[in-house]
Design a protein around this ligand. Structure first.
Ligand code: CS2
Ligand code: MG
Length: 404
């Protein structure tokens, strides 16, 4: 059906989200998540100023042609801003297609290949004891997979810790200007095995244990970490070394059998092609909202399936409920599904985004509402104006820039 409107909604219910709403001549609307943490306004402008005007009058059912038009037509290809904008258009068009067909998107993608989508939650603590209590809380909720992060003794800050009192999730974009964190790798390499040993000693091995290194090690340090964690049978270590140096992962592969996951900072199949075809990783974490939407992410997942790599998509709280819903529709259909991150969303996000997905017995279910199954309350969205927020930066103790 002919596209008659394309609007960008920027709102901050607990954190900033950018949402694209496409409307067709028969009044059907589709939603896409266009949130890029710390660079939200760049994507909002890319959409408002350079994409939305080009959509008016096009056929909303021509998803593939619109994807190619926006990708090839920009001349300046790939990159997080461009591919997040294209992703938002793509997901909104899949949403419309499902609504017009009266079917959930997972049915349009060939239907469910599993009963539910295995998810992992984020346990963290300012101390090992606090972390262990958080793991216990996730186990009691029925989680079958849990990521663990804890404060590193001797470091004043580290990645992935709930801010005390915020409950089951956290938001790393914590200030109107980037806050400075200080990192020291030796302290981390000393602490990580102790942390995993404490988790396994208290809870055993009947749940998946994950950990996010968050880009901070050299390839050889990452190999050392992987080797030191082998006794604790990790489900994966994530982002062990900066992801753009794809060949660096061969060093890790040569030294350890600890599985490796990477990809949340990637935004196209070309970013991860070498890692996948060379089998240098075990899970690809590319997300539906930063990697060109359902149309492109399917291609990444199909390439991964050819090379024994499973999916493990990014699902942090800065990917909106629309993105999470779209991820579930894809996750439940692909043959090489691995796991889906679910960090939850800070309130009052649920005032703005009305969702249909549901958590049962450690698995998520996308639901059977037509399309993606998410609606936006624009009046509620207007009550939460954009707030400038940046992700932290990391420096080493000598003051030199490092990877956050
Ligand atoms: C993290 C994210 O969820 C993860 O695995 O790497 O929390 C990441 O730090 C944020 O999405 C960045 O905005
Ligand atoms: Mg991560």
């Amino acid at each position: 059906m002919r596209i008659t409107a394309a609007e960008v909604i920027v709102t901050c219910p607990g954190r900033n989200y950018v949402t694209l709403k496409i409307t067709t001549a028969d009044g059907v609307t589709g939603l896409g998540d266009a949130t890029l943490n710390g660079r939200e306004l760049a994507v909002a402008s890319y959409l408002r100023d350079h994409v939305c005007p080009l959509l008016i009058g096009r056929d909303s059912a021509h998803i593939n042609d619109i994807w190619q038009y926006l990708y090839r037509g920009a001349y300046w290809r790939r990159g997080p801003v461009t591919m997040t904008a294209i992703a938002a258009v793509d997901c909104a068009l899949w949403d419309i297609l499902g609504k017009e067909a009266g079917l959930p998107v997972h049915r349009l993608l060939g239907g469910a290949a599993r009963d539910g989508v295995l998810i992992y939650g984020h346990a963290s603590g300012q101390s090992v004891d606090e972390l262990l209590d958080d793991v216990a809380a996730y186990r009691e909720q029925g989680y079958r997979a849990i990521r663990v992060q804890a404060a590193i003794p001797g470091l004043e800050s580290t990645y992935g810790l709930h801010h005390p009192g915020t409950g089951a999730t956290y938001e790393p974009a914590d200030a109107a200007m980037p806050s400075d964190n200080v990192w020291h790798t030796p302290a981390y390499l000393e602490f990580a095995p102790e942390l995993m040993r404490a988790v396994r000693e208290r809870f055993g091995y009947d749940f998946h244990l994950l950990h996010d290194v968050h880009h901070r090690l050299s390839p050889l340090e990452a190999a050392q970490l992987g080797k030191s964690l082998e006794p604790y049978r990790m489900f994966w270590i994530e982002d062990p070394t900066p992801a753009e140096d794809q060949e660096a992962f061969r060093t890790i592969r040569q030294h350890t059998t600890t599985p490796v996951a990477v990809g949340e900072v990637f935004n196209s199949i070309w970013d991860c092609q070498h890692l996948i075809t060379e089998r240098l990783i075990d899970y690809i974490r590319t997300s539906v909202s930063h990697t060109g939407g359902i149309t492109h992410l399917r291609k990444v997942f199909d390439l991964a399936a050819l090379h024994g790599v499973r999916t493990g998509s990014h699902g942090a709280g800065d990917l909106s409920p629309i993105s999470f819903a779209a991820a579930l529709h894809l996750d439940i259909t692909v043959p090489n599904f691995g796991i889906q991150e679910y960090m939850g969303h800070l309130e009052p996000a649920s005032e703005v985004f009305k969702t249909n997905y549901a958590f049962r017995d450690g698995y998520m279910h996308p639901g059977d509402a037509p399309g993606l199954g998410v609606e936006i309350d624009e009046e509620a969205a207007a009550r939460y104006p954009y707030e400038p927020k940046y992700l932290p930066v990391n420096r080493l103790r000598d003051g030199s820039m490092h990877d956050w």
